[in-house]
Design a protein around this ligand. Structure first.
Ligand code: ATP
Ligand code: LTN
Length: 335
């Protein structure tokens, strides 16, 4: 962490099991970037409290999520993989940044609007200030690059605005972070409603593929995916959302371009196409699933990773917080 590489930060909410959307839209890019950057990958458990969670489920999901990062290929010895709630600096910085964020900015956030509509009976203040906590996550570590799916672009722009506003008022403290959004599969769509994004908190399990779904479950979900009635395998998001989504997924797992995928399936029917997509996804996720099973047997190893990385993250967070507190005029702690 102390080397002179640039800093990368990203995280995911432990609101359920990881989907193919989380994997292709975000996690896969983390894997590509982890050598080039000093990386922090957090399990953003504080964020997930904005929607009611069952405590036992949250605890389980958080640990499973951290293990899925590692099973996917994130090296926890070289990168800081940790729980957000183990580093109290996130909440402290979020408070300070709340005072540098305008209500109008938060009112414009589409995720807030969507989640408010979905959870009408619990539109809490945390849901509203969610993007400020996210800005704190990123700015706490002087992050240069934030790889996320397309849905997080607006939050990232806000984090940049908050950083610049703070710097303008108090002198350069924060690095203004850049987003990293992949070109292909930045938005993997629901298998049941292909105009909506695939989401791990969807009520219908057929809408998503979980990274830990059994191979036959994966094949069946793809077989049932909603398509269209014209039987042509062609990439056209506007008119053929379901088929285009499957083409993108296939392209991610095979490394083929959209054109190559189209010619590969020329003359074939949807049945054959779906079968092949199911096969490459099931096969592509097999190594991750095998590593996950191994990690499950290794409780002490995971515990030690959580402890060590949490300590490092805390140390780095305190360094930034001390600077921020001083800049805004909070009294120094006398030891
Ligand atoms: P929830 O359903 O609880 O809102 P989610 O599935 O949207 O969760 P997050 O934890 O909010 O997942 O997101 C983790 C990362 O995965 C983010 O970088 C997000 O942009 C990315 N991501 C989530 N869904 C998709 C998707 N369908 N396609 C591409 N990227 C996605
Ligand atoms: N809001 C993000 C999760 C998240 C995040 C972050 C991503 C919280 N803090 C910092 C990147 C950097 C989401 O995916 N819903």
């Amino acid at each position: 962490m102390m080397s002179d590489k640039k800093i990368l930060y990203s995280g995911m909410q432990p609101t359920g099991q990881l989907t193919l959307g989380n994997y292709l839209g975000a996690l896969k890019n983390w894997l590509l970037l982890q050598e080039e950057y000093n990386c922090l990958f957090s399990v953003v458990d504080l964020h997930s409290l904005t929607v009611r969670q069952k405590p036992a489920d949250l605890r389980k999901n958080a640990r499973n999520l951290l293990m899925q990062y590692i099973a996917a290929g994130i090296d926890p010895e070289e990168n800081i993989v940790y729980y957000q709630s183990h580093v109290s600096g996130h909440a402290e910085l979020a408070w300070i940044l709340n005072c540098y964020t305008h209500l109008g900015e938060l009112n414009r956030m589409t995720q807030f609007k969507e989640k408010s509509a979905k959870h009408e009976s619990n539109i809490n203040a945390g849901l509203f200030t969610y993007p400020v906590l996210m800005a704190a996550d990123i700015l706490l570590f002087n992050t240069d690059l934030v790889p996320v799916g397309h849905d997080q672009k607006q939050h990232l722009e806000l984090a940049r605005d908050i950083a610049s506003r703070f710097n303008n008022a108090n002198g350069d403290v924060f690095t203004v972070p850049d987003p990293y959004i992949a070109k292909v599969a930045a938005r993997v769509m629901s298998l049941q409603e292909p105009t909506k994004k695939m989401s791990k908190s969807d009520e219908n399990p057929n809408a998503y593929i979980l990274l830990l779904d059994e191979p036959n479950v994966i094949r069946n979900k793809i077989k049932r995916a909603v398509t269209d009635s014209d039987a042509e395998i062609r990439f056209d998001r506007g008119n053929k959302a379901g088929i285009s989504n499957l083409i993108e997924i296939y392209s991610c797992f095979t490394g083929m371009t959209m054109d190559e995928v189209q010619s590969h399936f020329e003359g074939k029917g949807y049945g054959d196409f779906k079968k092949e997509v199911g096969d490459v996804v099931a096969e592509g996720l097999r190594p991750l699933q095998e590593r996950y099973k191994e990690l499950q047997k290794n409780k002490d190893y995971i515990d030690q990773i959580i402890k060590k990385n949490g300590e490092t993250a805390n140390y780095l967070a305190q360094k930034t917080l001390r600077k921020v507190k001083k800049k805004v005029g909070l009294p120094e702690l006398v030891r």
